[in-house]
Design a protein around this ligand. Structure first.
Ligand code: DWN
Length: 416
């Protein structure tokens, strides 16, 4: 595979997570397992432009289709994150409404719905039809398709240039990054703003968040690399904000270089200097990730075997895509974890990809009374721990393995 940005052959493998099914490819029935495809999940760094990316391309059409299961509305944390984004943009845009806000990767319209007061027109673009149907039901105009330069050109020809383009948690999901960023540049008004959010690469490496690696995440970004990608299309990162969401993300703000109001904030250069000092441009920086992931795998599988031999019952909670990377890398299945609870109605009754663990509603927890709940949506700990406090009534313990092994008495008390 060649680098998707600069076309240099990829030679530096960072971590190999084996052959895994699509992390959001939930099975409707166990019979579907016979058709389940597995693909190489290997992370590489381009030795030329430093872009960190998957070595193998599962096509977006195979991922973002009518079966794509992620929904933005699935957690209160994400909903409040979207509300905070709307408040931030309100402050940056001022009281006057803009004409058009476009969200690429609009999913079910959760975020666009919160931006209604900021713009006279909204438009969502997303290829996942199950999600865009929910956006349409909220009276949000959507185009159920991939965002490309072709779509940007046709919108430009119709005079539909965007004052704001929201590309939060989508740039990392697009293998044709050059076409995508060129399209953003084409669609953006001369004075417009683009925002992009993504899990920040140093957090993934330094906190061993290897479960964030899955086939729909083609890229893992640093500020230094993204600045170069945007510069190729006359765009510049001029401001950024660190975010807690998804284990530690960044929100970057981008304008045309030619934009007279462009003012580079010191924080951008500070991050670039910090990345240089940490050595993100060196092989050594990434070297220990595979070992640390292996250590977490060993700790988890040893713990699981011990508690099962003691006759304990283990359930999981939070059927997140990242949880499937974790379970499949650890080789765990439904003979060990007999069910996973999840609040998302569209996931209940289905089965996890690879492990084939059945997904049940949270109500099933009180019936099963597990001794342990393995929390796979660890990035939502603050929301989940209080929600599961009731399981302390029968002594249940909440177990986390990423970013490190932690056990909580379900009443929220940390068990050292
Ligand atoms: O890039 C992406 C990020 C933004 O979100 C997508 N590729 C997919 C997704 O990542 P994820 O799959 O790791 O996170 P989710 O999809 O938000 O997974 C969380 C799961 O946990 C959902 O299925 C909902 C569930 N959940 C729950 O059952 N109880 C979540 C919370 C907070 C809860 O209290």
């Amino acid at each position: 595979m060649n680098c998707r940005f600069c076309k240099t052959p990829l030679t530096h493998q960072i971590i190999n997570l084996g052959q895994t099914p699509l992390a959001n490819g939930y099975l409707h029935t166990l019979a579907d397992a016979k058709n389940e495809q597995r693909y190489p999940l290997q992370l590489y760094r381009c030795g030329e432009c430093q872009l960190v990316q998957l070595e193998y391309d599962v096509t977006p059409e195979q991922i973002f289709n009518q079966h794509y299961a992620f929904l933005s509305s699935s957690s209160a944390t994400w909903q409040s994150h979207c509300a905070a984004y709307a408040a931030e943009m309100q402050q940056r845009l001022g009281a006057k409404q803009v004409n058009l806000i476009v969200e690429v990767g609009a999913n079910d319209g959760t975020l666009l719905g919160k931006l209604r007061p900021l713009s006279t027109h909204l438009l969502g673009i997303d290829p996942a039809s199950a999600a865009t149907q929910l956006a349409t039901a909220k009276n949000i105009p959507v185009i159920t398709d991939f965002f490309t330069t072709g779509l940007a050109k046709s919108m430009r020809a119709e005079g539909k240039l965007a004052d704001v383009i929201v590309a939060n948690n989508v740039l990392a999901h697009v293998p044709k990054i050059n076409d995508f960023v060129e399209g953003l540049s084409m669609l953006l008004q001369p004075e417009g703003i683009i925002t992009v959010e993504f899990p920040y690469l140093p957090n993934i490496i330094e906190q061993t968040q290897f479960d964030t690696i899955y086939h729909e995440h083609y890229f893992y970004f640093s500020v230094s690399v993204l600045q170069r990608v945007f510069a190729r299309y006359g765009l510049a990162i001029y401001d950024l904000q660190p975010l807690e969401i998804h284990g530690g993300s960044l929100r970057i703000f981008v304008k045309h270089y030619s934009n007279a109001s462009l003012a580079l904030q010191p924080i951008v250069d500070a991050y670039i200097q910090k990345e240089q000092k940490a050595g993100l441009h060196t092989i050594a920086y990434y070297q220990a990730l595979q070992d640390r992931a292996q250590q977490i795998k060993h700790a988890f599988t040893t713990w699981l075997q011990e508690v099962l031999e003691q006759g304990k019952k283990v359930m999981a909670y939070g059927a997140a895509a990242k949880g499937n990377t974790f379970l499949n890398y650890c080789g765990v299945n439904a003979t060990q974890i007999h069910a996973i609870a999840d609040v998302t109605p569209e996931k209940q009754g289905k089965f996890l990809p690879g492990s084939h663990i059945p997904i049940v509603s949270p109500e099933a927890i009180a019936q099963a009374k597990p001794d342990y709940l393995l929390i796979l949506a660890w990035n939502y700990k603050k929301e989940i721990n209080p929600k599961l406090a009731y399981t302390g009534a029968w002594g249940c313990q909440l177990v986390y393995f990423i970013p490190q092994f932690e056990v909580y008495q379900a009443s929220g008390l940390y068990v050292p």
